[in-house]
Design a protein around this ligand. Structure first.
Ligand SMILES: [Zn+2]
Length: 415
């Protein structure tokens, strides 16, 4: 900063222009890198359940910033010229985000041409003119929207083909805005049915909640829901129709499920090589740490919670892409055959398996060692311990495939 105080006005202007230009190039470069990171699904290795989580937790973007970049990245897969606009500064990142729902093969060039050099407000006007919508307030740029699930997961699979997206419906996302340290304003759009149900509940609870206060009413309802759902998951109170666990069945008994959920505090337990834990609390399944297929027992110690993304990731590491795809199919068939039956398995019921091929295969030997190191760290061994064991196994010339390597490493680490 001090260095700047002595330069001339002209030089200051020139330098600033150069810095802004570099910033724009960098913004486009970030998107390119995000796309490649997503293609390789590297965020999974780094204990993030999605690219969105990676952007927020590892790269330090705000939720808004992450959503914008991911949306622009996704649309640039179909229309790469969009990133030229960003790099050249013709359209800013927010602008591209605003446009991101609208381009089609037919309109993209015209749309970009019209959008160049426009401010956020001018772009709103442009879009309103080109894509008139019913009389509802636009919420396109409202603060911190929860990204849609599709954006939360991966961008791979957004694909280059497929029909262009329809111009968006007016979004009606819920908003949660802190008002003070202890209060929040919650805003969402209710259907007529929900409105009717709320009225009905208010009447039924008129003695318990005389004020009819909506927040009090909803808190009661949510308390009930949590109690019911917790009970359902833990199997408490259910007459134990003692399903004989068949030998060879990977069924996890409810008491083990409960203990595992409690111990893992309803959070994915995937830990990366640096010791960072995945923060995902949704789409969790119970998985065997030492894979069931390799003889891992169904005990509390050998089971853990994984989010669907890391569940599939682990399964891929051990068994390969093809095996996981088959298992996902089987799980889906099982689920369709026995609805309501919530079988936990080593692969997720919801296929979180990417449709894109994974990263270019590195040399198989190095790959297997790396995979097993991650697996060992995930199982609770220290990274240094795991590394040392694997170095030893490399010296001994153990076959560089995940299965034998993992077995040997465990034997070595747990004599
Ligand atoms: Zn996870």
């Amino acid at each position: 900063m001090n260095a700047l105080s002595s330069i001339s006005d002209r030089e200051l202007r020139e330098r600033l222009t150069a810095a802004v230009s570099a910033e724009r190039m960098a913004a486009a470069d970030v998107i390119y890198h995000l796309l490649e990171l997503d293609r390789r699904q590297l965020y999974l290795q780094d204990a993030c359940s999605s690219l969105f989580a990676y952007c927020v937790e590892r790269l330090g973007y705000s939720e808004d910033g992450a959503t914008k970049r991911m949306r622009v990245a996704r649309i640039s897969q179909r229309f790469p010229q969009i990133l030229d606009e960003l790099a050249s500064g013709s359209i800013h990142l927010t602008g591209l985000f605003q446009l991101s729902n609208y381009p089609t093969e037919e309109n993209v060039d015209r749309l970009l041409a019209e959008a160049r050099g426009k401010s956020k407000r001018q772009l709103e006007e442009l879009l309103a003119r080109l894509f008139p919508r019913p009389d509802v307030p636009a919420t396109l740029t409202s603060s911190a929207p929860e990204p849609a699930q599709a954006e939360l997961s991966t961008m791979s699979g957004a694909g280059n083909s497929g029909p262009p997206p329809a111009p968006p419906e007016p979004t009606a996302r819920a908003r949660v805005e802190p008002l003070s340290a202890t209060t929040f304003r919650v805003e969402f759009t209710a259907s007529a049915t929900l409105r009717h149900k709320l009225q009905h509940a208010r009447n039924l609870l008129s003695h318990a909640v005389p004020s009819g206060d909506l927040a009090a009413l909803i808190e009661r309802a949510i308390d009930e829901l949590i109690a019911v759902e917790t009970k359902r998951r833990s199997g408490a109170g259910k007459p134990r129709k003692h399903r004989q666990t068949k030998p060879g069945s990977r069924h996890v008994p409810v008491d083990i499920q409960r203990a595992v959920r409690e111990r893992d505090e309803d959070q994915c337990t995937f830990v990366d090589a640096e010791g960072r834990r995945c923060s995902e609390r949704r789409f969790l399944t119970i998985e065997h740490i030492e894979p069931f297929a390799l003889g891992g027992p169904t005990t509390v110690e050998n089971c853990c919670l994984l989010c669907s993304a890391h569940n599939a990731y682990q399964a891929r590491l051990f068994f390969g892409e093809e095996h996981v795809a088959r298992k996902v199919e089987e799980a889906r068939a099982d689920r369709d055959a026995a609805p309501g039956e919530h079988a936990e398995s080593a692969v997720p019921a919801e296929p979180a398996v990417p449709t894109e091929p994974a990263a270019p295969a590195s040399p198989p030997a190095r790959d297997a060692f790396q995979k097993v190191q991650y697996a060992l760290v995930h199982m609770g061994f220290k990274a240094t311990q795991a590394k040392r064991a694997l170095e030893e196994l490399r010296r001994r010339g153990v076959e560089p495939r995940p299965e034998p390597l993992l077995r040997a490493a465990i034997t070595l680490l747990m004599p």
